[in-house]
Ligand binder design. Structure first.
Ligand code: SF4
Length: 144
């Protein structure tokens, strides 16, 4: 079924309560409304970020209670992904405190984590770094 501009416009301009009601009806037509996807988030690198985002507990410039943890080994992360799967997770997510992706051995290690976690059938794998606010909240630096 292709959507016409008219059809999209009707959806877009309807009042919010109607949109929510219609979205729920459509969702229930195609999915179990009580189903919840279990996901596991693993901190594969905590703290020690060289960036100076004022709000962030992961920044090396801010004094917080965060205990820094270097980038985990591939084996440790794959073991966590397998445990997550055994516990019912269908998605395994990894978060790392970095400003940007660099083409270096650490990032190669992250790629290997993704490869091995994916190949062992652990559902979908998602890698992200900590980006939590718009640039308006980071007056002293830019988001990478
Ligand atoms: S927001 Fe991201 S880039 Fe900024 S300090 Fe935290 S982890 Fe680093």
């Amino acid at each position: 079924m292709s959507a016409t501009l008219d059809c999209i416009s009707q959806i877009y301009y309807q009042p919010l309560p109607d949109l929510l009601f219609n979205a729920q009806q459509t969702h229930r037509k195609h999915h179990d409304p009580r189903a919840v996807q279990l996901c596991t988030l693993s901190n594969i690198k905590t703290g020690l970020c060289p960036e100076d985002c004022a709000y962030c507990s992961q920044s090396v410039h801010n004094k917080t209670g965060v205990v820094p943890q270097k980038l985990m080994s591939v084996e440790a992360v794959v073991a966590e992904a397998q445990t997550a799967k055994a516990n019912g997770s269908t998605r395994f997510c990894m978060g790392a405190a970095w400003r940007e992706v660099k083409d270096d051995p650490q990032f190669e290690r992250v790629l290997e984590m993704v490869r091995q976690s994916s190949c062992s059938g652990d559902g979908s794998v998602l890698y992200s770094r900590y980006v939590t606010a718009a640039s308006s909240f980071t007056p002293q630096s830019s988001l990478g």
